[in-house]
Design a protein around this ligand. Structure first.
Ligand code: 1GP
Length: 244
């Protein structure tokens, strides 16, 4: 079964899925194997791998290593085309629709498309929306786009509906890695209620309680990166909080 159908079925049957985000930068070199081994036994539904910046040239070796020890679907959450390789089971084929920088709306995708076809990686069409998380984030800086304010639910909903009408499968509400404030429950509730997209929520989710609230609010996928990178022993608590 394709990764997209597998993930969607799991959400339908089991409710909200738990996604572990691994930043494959060298700062995590010693941690990566541990993270994957813990994920294998803590009911993690998918692993996203991605980051805005890579500070060394060993990225592709790290992905090969992750793939070789993981029992979980490995999905590229791309920061750029240089992160594509044959080790992924699928990739989020994303457009940063909350911004107006043409390079991240369609430029990167055009450069990536022939490589993706050549490698035969499954693509999951995803609308990516940056939401203000109370601090400036790397993704904001690199993409040169401003996040949408949480008070402008009309603006957020217009972007969400545009993604739906364009035929995207997933909608990623992103506060940015390490954000001060995660996406608020009310925003997730509204988007889940008013759209038919599978909703991924991530950025600044610091506690299992936060993750549980987002699952209750209607997120299909809750993504946790930094909090688990900092305290790997929290993985099991996050898993229980998200799966309910
Ligand atoms: C970032 O949504 C992810 O793209 C995860 O963010 O590292 O803050 O969990 P954190």
């Amino acid at each position: 079964m394709k990764v997209l159908s597998r993930l969607q079925n799991s959400v339908k049957v089991n409710g909200t899925s738990f996604v572990l985000l691994i930043d494959p930068d060298k700062k995590n070199n010693d941690k990566i194997e541990k993270l994957v081994e813990h994920a294998n036994i803590n009911d993690v539904d998918a692993i996203f791998v991605g980051g805005s910046l890579m500070m060394d040239s060993l990225y592709h070796e790290r992905i090969a290593r992750i793939k070789s020890i993981s029992n979980i679907p490995l999905i590229l959450f791309p920061g750029g085309i240089n992160q594509i390789n044959r080790h992924f089971d699928a990739m989020l084929f994303m457009s940063l629709i909350s911004g107006r920088n043409p390079h991240y709306l369609i430029g990167e995708q055009v450069l990536a498309a022939p490589i993706v076809k050549d490698l035969g990686i499954e693509t999951i069409s995803t609308g990516y929306i940056l939401i203000d998380g109370g601090s400036s984030t790397t993704v904001e800086f690199i993409s040169g786009t401003k996040p949408l304010p949480t008070s402008r639910i009309d603006l957020i909903m217009s972007h969400v509906l545009a993604a739906q009408f364009l035929g995207m499968k997933f909608l990623y509400l992103e506060a940015g890695s390490g954000a001060k404030k995660r996406v608020p429950n009310e925003v997730v509730e509204m988007v889940a209620k008013e759209s038919q997209l599978d909703l991924i929520v991530g950025g600044g989710i610091k506690t299992p309680k936060d993750a549980n609230e987002l699952a209750q609010s209607g997120a299909s996928f809750v993504v946790v990166g930094s909090a688990i990178e900092n305290s790997i022993e929290l993985m099991n608590d996050f898993s229980s909080a998200i799966h309910g």
